[in-house]
Design a binder for this molecule. Structure first.
Ligand SMILES: Cc1cc2nc3c(=O)[nH]c(=O)nc-3n(C[C@H](O)[C@H](O)[C@H](O)COP(=O)(O)OP(=O)(O)OC[C@H]3O[C@@H](n4cnc5c(N)ncnc54)[C@H](O)[C@@H]3O)c2cc1C
Length: 418
């Protein structure tokens, strides 16, 4: 059995690669840094991220961009803020550019550039990468044997320090299917219930989504659990053939999914005229009856939203789109106002783990030391990335979490023992 002090990183996604690089940079040269991954190649999720361009971080990252224990998140981000991620990636050869939204992408405009920079640095640092090596169990070190035993499908590896970076359940074909949590649970960690997050939502066929598929528009969404408002946000919604997607839907989805899967009565209402409410829109329509008496209601509403959506929403409210503003009945007007400002979205479900970008839930942040990412349950075990109970909103925040946690764990695991 190899007795060279070994730091083993399980999982070679964004968090595992960052951990390996920081560990190798901090560690004594006699240490062996070993990265194990069950996949045939590394970086599947990096390559598909950001529409193939990899939104690596955001120019402004604050704890409020994340769901999870904010105090712990604040400390982790403070140790490796977005500016540190930008400098670090640039030092690897991955220069970034900022887009109008504040999202940062590689100048090369392709996720491959980010993955190549990370892998190149791993090679320079002599990090050993074992692919096709799916870990099935880990046993902790004991007083008589200070080595972890990492069991994989064809053998056992000993290590003095172990970092788990096995991700969550999103995009399972990338190799992240939740097995890491089972291993961590057997080691003594709690796993809070896990839910699909940043996931598109499927609507019932009675809705008009398919007829306006491909149209994006600014809306406000309000999510309720048992009639209690649990989330409110504004942003771009994309109508699709199956339902709804787009940044505002992705960000709201975790709240609906968690409520729905916790057996609460979950619903989302959509305001197609954000900033307006029932009263202001009703007044607008009443005024139109005199100011644009002869215009069709469809053309009046199409002044404020894409025409196809305007027609669809008018029909949805049981009003004939050809009705002229001066002849809209009171009942029709009130139905239309309700549909425009608080349209109930008939959500059947989320689109599934194959379409979820991230996982909500996981290992509670109070079970790690936020200065080092070391487990509070098992000394010399470290936990990083998506497997922790922290999920960011859309915009590069989840990669920022992977880099920041990997930075702390790598530096701590690579440091000589006290
Ligand atoms: C389609 C899509 C687009 C996204 N776009 C963005 C974006 O633009 N910006 C952003 O910030 N975030 C984005 N995300 C989220 C981001 O990709 C993840 O949050 C991040 O990659 C998580 O990194 P991780 O290293 O923790 O986990 P993962 O990337 O999931 O890596 C885990 C690794 O562990 C390996 N593994 C799992 N179990 C085992 C085991 N038992 N033994 C050995 N190996 C194992 C897996 O094979 C995998 O390689 C996107 C996600 C998806 C799915």
């Amino acid at each position: 059995m190899n007795q060279t002090p070994t730091i083993a990183i399980i999982g070679g996604g964004a968090a595992g690669l960052a951990t390996a690089i920081f560990a190798a940079q901090s560690a004594n040269k006699s240490r062996r840094i070993l990265l194990l991954d069950g996949a045939k190649t590394l970086g599947a999720k990096i390559l598909v991220s950001g529409g193939g361009r990899c939104n690596v971080t955001h120019d402004a990252v604050i704890p409020e961009d994340f769901n999870g224990s904010r105090t712990v998140i604040r400390n982790i981000l403070a140790a490796f803020p977005a500016s540190a991620a930008v400098d670090w990636l640039a030092s690897l050869g991955g220069e970034l550019k900022r887009e109008e939204t504040g999202k940062l992408f590689p100048v090369a405009n392709t996720a491959r550039a980010v993955l190549s920079a990370l892998l190149h640095r791993c090679t320079e640092l002599g990090i050993e990468i074992l692919l096709n090596t799916r870990v099935t169990a880990i046993s902790a070190s004991t007083e008589s044997d200070p080595h972890f035993k990492i069991q994989h499908e064809t053998g056992i590896i000993s290590a003095t320090r172990v970092i788990m970076a096995t991700g969550g359940r999103s995009l399972p074909r990338s190799g992240s299917d939740g097995q890491g949590w089972e291993i961590a649970h057997k080691l003594g960690h709690t796993i809070t219930p896990t839910y699909a997050a940043l996931v598109p939502l499927v609507l019932a066929d009675k809705m008009f989504h398919a007829s306006v598929s491909g149209i994006a528009m600014d809306v406000q969404l309000q999510t309720f659990a048992n009639n209690r408002l649990i989330d409110r946000r504004r942003g771009s919604l994309l109508w699709t053939h199956f339902g709804i997607s787009g940044p505002v839907v992705m960000d709201a989805s975790r709240h609906w999914v968690i409520a729905h899967e916790s057996n609460a009565q979950a619903r989302i209402e959509c305001n197609l005229l954000p900033g307006e409410n029932f009263e202001t829109i009703e007044k607008w329509l009443v005024d139109l009856a005199t100011t644009r008496a002869k215009s069709s209601i469809a053309s009046a509403i199409a002044d404020r939203m894409p025409e196809r959506v305007a027609k669809a929403i008018i029909s949805h409210a049981d009003v004939d789109p050809a009705t002229i503003c001066g002849q809209l009945s009171r009942a029709g007007r009130r139905q239309l106002v309700a549909s425009l400002t608080s349209l109930p979205l008939p959500i059947l479900n989320h689109r599934g783990w194959n379409y979820a970008e991230v996982t909500a839930g996981g290992i509670p942040l109070d079970e790690i030391n936020y200065r080092t990412m070391e487990s509070r349950k098992i000394p010399s075990l470290y936990l990083v990335g998506e497997m922790l109970d922290c999920d960011g909103r859309i915009g590069g925040f989840n990669f920022q979490w992977a880099w920041a946690t990997g930075h702390l764990a790598g530096k701590a695991a690579g440091a000589p023992p006290p």
